[in-house]
Design a binder for this molecule. Structure first.
Ligand SMILES: Cc1ncc(C[n+]2csc(CCOP(=O)(O)OP(=O)(O)O)c2C)c(N)n1
Length: 323
């Protein structure tokens, strides 16, 4: 019950619950106008964030998208710094300059949050090239959505990374939609793992609703990358349970489809498995929930207490300082 497998599952479950509860609270804070601007939630996709970050090493750079709260939290950026960023406060991880879509923390090797679809891929390839040239044994983890496949940068980056055998783990979160466009309306070949393999890199599809499967696939891929076999591509088949962003009438998909995917809820699935195998009881769940609740309350207090940037500092970090 306390072996490494149970420990791994407990950690994955804890991380997924943490991300889910955080984002549920963010919805309330957004309605109260405490958080403003764009906000994209990963509710339903938590197994990807938890699984990938569980496998990544602390020195591996991570490059993400605008749907990155879960990635940032699972990476270890303190919840206070994430929420303060979303509040636009200077104690946020990007000093309140980035907001929800631009979480950044070089200390945790988290190189963004990026509002541009596929914009992270060239960043990841550049980071991997720099590590290769400097002889650092790192692998860059690059997360992006299925919508990125429609961008030229995706193809250029997969080609270059494969050609130069760069240490990049490409993680495509295929949630079947790019805003309101279903993947089969935009792509002739919807099997993205097959598509990626055509660039000459190792590529496979993973059940993105299963955190253990995600973590094990990422571990396997990272072992291969560190062994010098070049980049890998994982197509993580997942689903977002909520709207694309906070304003989305969701006319592009049937409610029945959403209900169908909710039956595969990664948190329910993991807790049921763990209960069935005697690894989890009501007491453990209650403990996780209360610890997470406390962490969220502390994060809200820190965000609310965080200073706003004075107007005089508006152009700081925009233009270089005069010496
Ligand atoms: C280059 C570019 N084109 C268009 C947009 C507008 N846009 C914002 S989100 C989005 C959909 C992206 O979908 P996907 O990559 O599958 O990620 P998901 O939102 O599903 O996580 C689009 C087209 C953008 N931000 N950047």
């Amino acid at each position: 019950m306390n072996g490494p497998r149970a420990k791994q599952r407990r950690e994955l479950l804890r991380q997924m619950i943490r991300i889910r509860r955080f984002e549920e609270r963010c919805v309330e804070l957004y309605s109260a106008a405490a958080i403003r601007g764009f906000m994209h939630l990963c509710i339903g996709e938590e197994a990807v964030a938890a699984g990938i970050m569980h496998a990544a090493g602390p020195d591996d750079p991570v490059v993400s998208t605008y749907r990155e709260h879960g990635h940032a939290l699972a990476r270890g950026i303190p919840m206070e710094a994430v929420l303060a960023e979303m509040y636009g406060r200077t104690n946020g991880c990007s000093r309140g300059r980035g907001g929800s879509m631009h979480l950044f923390d070089a200390g945790h090797r988290f190189y963004g949050g990026n509002a541009i679809v596929a914009g992270g891929l060239p960043v990841a390839v550049g980071l991997a090239l720099a590590d290769r040239m400097s002889g650092r044994p790192r692998a860059t983890v690059c997360l992006f959505g299925d919508g990125a496949v429609a961008e030229g940068e995706f193809h250029e980056c997969l080609n270059l990374a494969a050609l130069w055998r760069l240490p990049v783990l490409f993680c495509c979160e295929n949630n079947l939609y790019a805003m309101g466009t279903a993947i089969e309306r935009a792509q002739a070949e919807t099997d993205l793992a097959t598509r990626a393999a055509s660039y000459g890199l190792s590529s496979w599809a993973v059940d993105g609703m299963d955190a253990v499967a995600v973590s094990e696939a990422a571990e396997r891929a990272l072992r291969s990358i560190r062994g010098g076999s070049g980049p890998c591509f994982l197509e993580l088949r997942t689903y977002r349970f909520r709207a694309h962003s906070m304003y989305d009438p969701e006319r592009y998909r049937d409610k029945s489809e959403v209900q169908e995917w909710k039956r595969r809820d990664p948190i329910e699935r993991m807790s049921t498995l763990m209960r069935d195998e005697g690894e989890l009881g009501d007491r453990e769940i209650a403990t996780i929930e209360s610890e997470v609740d406390k962490e969220i309350r502390n994060a809200i207090a820190a965000a609310e207490a965080g200073p706003l940037e004075p107007v005089e500092d508006l152009t700081r970090f925009v233009y270089s300082e005069r010496s």
